[in-house]
Ligand binder design. Sequence first.
Ligand code: KIV
Ligand code: ZN
Length: 386
Amino acid sequence: MSAQKIQIFDTTLRDGEQVPGCKLNMDEKLVIARQLELLGVDVIEAGFPVSSPGDFEAVKAIAAQTKEATVCGLSRAVEQDIRIAAEALATARNPRIHTGIGTSESHIKFKLRTTQEKVMERAIEAVRLAKSFVEDVEFYAEDAGRTENEFLAKICEAAVKAGATVLNIPDTTGYCLPEEYGAKIKYLYENVKGIDRVRLSTHCHNDLGLATANSIAGVVNGARQIECTINGVGERAGNTALEEVVMILRQHPYLKLDTNVNSKLLAETSAMVSHMMRMPVQPNKAIVGSNAFSHSSGIHQDGVIKHRETYEIIDPRDVGVPDSSIVLTARSGRAALAYRLQKIGYNFDKGTLDKAYASFLQIADSKKEVVDNDLHTLVEEKNLVT
Ligand code: KIV
Ligand code: ZN
């Protein structure tokens, strides 16, 4: 049986761009949107059109330039938001309005200062209004992670009846554990009438470092769309990282779930977003961090040099990184030194390598990393010959 397709809904330009310091100008948004389409995402959430004239224009321009992907605009369950989102999306080939409202006790009581009944009414009205403009309407139940399942199922069912095509179940505060989030998706799958006609979507935040794990628990339990961002950028601790979920599904084919993403473009897309958002990627970030395919301890280096798979579960070329790197530090062994010397043209016999290694350790103890220039100097100063 072939793998089922999980849709990738990228919200780098909406949930990601609202982060302090990550603001993009119009040209940058258009370039990133083009890259996302090239990458193969299914849905581009281009912005929140009512939020500012600049965001409205950006959504409009992205809608006009995008060929294949669905272009989505966010709106609260507010008439003006929905009308403006529809206007911004007017030229999109595949437009989607994403509308919704807070459903947890704390959102209803403290933020909206209303009742479950009123929230239900507003959700239905919002979906109906959005449906009068576009066929594809996604309903979000904000803070679904902390919403009790019975009410969540009720409001989701009402949204489906009103015309929603996608139900987004956000863990807005990054609160859930993977089993809990997975069970929530399963509960909805089993208790919402009409669920087979729509797509359930995950939207997880990373406040406890569980956004990726929760998204995977979601799709394992029946969700068929993951909302995520490049490099995991997003409010507070961020959103689910696109590159992580894509590679998790690809590395675990027995799950029989896959995406349309061309993983070979992940590294360049990550670098582009990081550069344009002026948001550095942490070196140890999974998949796209600068250390993700670097090996520095002697034991690991020896293994990787003998056979890559001893310490690498992903071929770096599959994510657009040309090769793994063997970094020389004071923890490196002879195998790594010989490997790097060979790369710059020195093939030493065992005795000469032993001499080189003794000098190498002295240099390595005095700096963080030994680079090619240090090796050339070492060979010249010690008069080592091949
Ligand atoms: O985290 C969240 O709940 C959101 C919604 C607006 C979809 O970003
Ligand atoms: Zn969010």
